[in-house]
Ligand binder design. Structure first.
Ligand code: NAP
Length: 325
């Protein structure tokens, strides 16, 4: 038997339960991974609360982990039993000792990247790859605003932006988080609990404002974010930490300066094995060169997944959190 976290109804973290299940056998095109470290992500909370519906209940939870392939289904040629791997997409159920998923969603881990680092960085790092390198391909010299700059995605974004020569202005909710974001390469930070974000962006940019705004907070920051942009520039709305952006009158993009807006997801960018491997290759190169160092700031036993989610949702974490099966 293998342990996994599941939920039979949506709600608070109390709906998560640790259960024993018989490990499934991989079908054609699938592999089974014995997880060694599991990544905790905000999207897991969206599924638990029902903001994003799980395909069926009871459901497993989580989409990111690193471990060892221990069974391979028919037709899988690029992965073998015993290989060290990681994944950040696929069916819910990564919060577990064992998980079966499509082999096309699984990447081999370079020797220099350990399981904890991989589980703490694959989903978040692939996200930063498509945000900074694909939603718009940043060249260096741009000024961007990045919300939640001391969080899991934000900590990697600060380092990747620095490596690209991009001036990242990060929003944070405390001076400790500001110091962390700056250590990671943020060009400037704004503590939105005591500073006006639009005014500070205007001051910092000499009135020019930003080339791109990356907003994962959603509801609370949507309009502020639009006000931080240059005319004809890009708003990337990629998360809902405060709730989803709803009821938007598209005319606001005209009023705020003929703006562009995109609402992307990792699954929309890493949608083929080739694209996933290209994106993961860029991330692994950044990790192996030391240009990105992953802060595994919080570790919890798998059984305490609910406690870990409460800390993430309650803004009490910085960097990445992992669960240990
Ligand atoms: N679309 C995609 O492909 C994709 C992929 C990965 C992640 N995401 C999104 O990226 C965001 C970051 O994910 P993460 O896992 O790395 O989380 P995280 O950034 O470590 O944690 C969320 C942070 O958001 C900030 N925040 C602002 N308002 C909040 C609120 N009302 N409730 C909770 N937090 C709030 C907090 O930082 P402060 O205290 O500094 O404000 C908090 O620490 C999430 O919104 C997630 O959904 C999207």
């Amino acid at each position: 038997m293998a342990k996994r976290i599941q939920f039979a109804r949506t709600g608070g973290s109390e709906v998560l339960e640790l259960v024993d299940v018989a490990p499934a056998e991989p079908g054609p095109g699938e592999v089974r991974v014995a997880n060694r470290a599991v990544g905790l992500n905000f999207i897991d909370i969206y599924f638990r609360t029902g903001l994003y519906p799980a395909p069926a209940l009871p459901s497993g939870l989580g989409t990111e982990a690193a471990g060892v392939v221990d069974a391979v289904g028919e037709g899988v040629t690029h992965l073998k039993v015993g290989e060290r791997v990681a994944y950040a997409q696929g069916p819910l159920g990564a919060y577990a000792e064992s998980h079966v998923l499509p082999a096309a969603k699984v990447v081999r881990l370079p020797d220099g990247i350990d399981f904890e680092t991989a589980a703490a960085s694959l989903l978040k790092g692939l996200t930063v790859q498509y945000l900074l390198r694909q939603t718009r391909e940043l060249q260096g010299g741009e000024t961007i605003l990045f919300h939640a700059a001391a969080g899991g995605v934000g900590s990697i974004a600060c380092q990747w932006a620095r490596a690209l020569g991009v001036k990242l202005i990060g929003t944070v909710s405390s001076s400790e988080k500001a110091a962390l974001a700056e250590k990671n390469g943020a060009w400037a930070t704004i503590d939105y609990t005591r500073e006006n974000v639009v005014e500070r962006v205007r001051e910092l940019t000499g009135g020019a404002m930003c080339d791109v705004v990356y907003d994962s907070v959603g509801k609370d920051t949507w309009e502020t974010s639009l006000d931080c942009l240059k005319p004809r520039s890009l708003m990337v709305s990629f998360g809902n930490a405060s709730g989803p952006v709803e009821g938007v009158n598209i005319g606001i993009l005209n009023q705020k300066g003929s703006l562009y807006v995109t609402r992307p997801s990792l699954n929309g960018y890493a949608d083929t094995r080739e694209r996933l491997e290209w994106m993961a290759g860029e991330l692994f190169a950044m990790l192996e060169s030391g240009q990105i160092q992953v802060d595994v700031a919080h570790r919890y036993p798998l059984a305490e997944a609910g406690k870990a989610q409460d800390a993430l949702q309650g803004r009490r974490t910085t960097g990445s959190t992992i669960l240990l099966p």
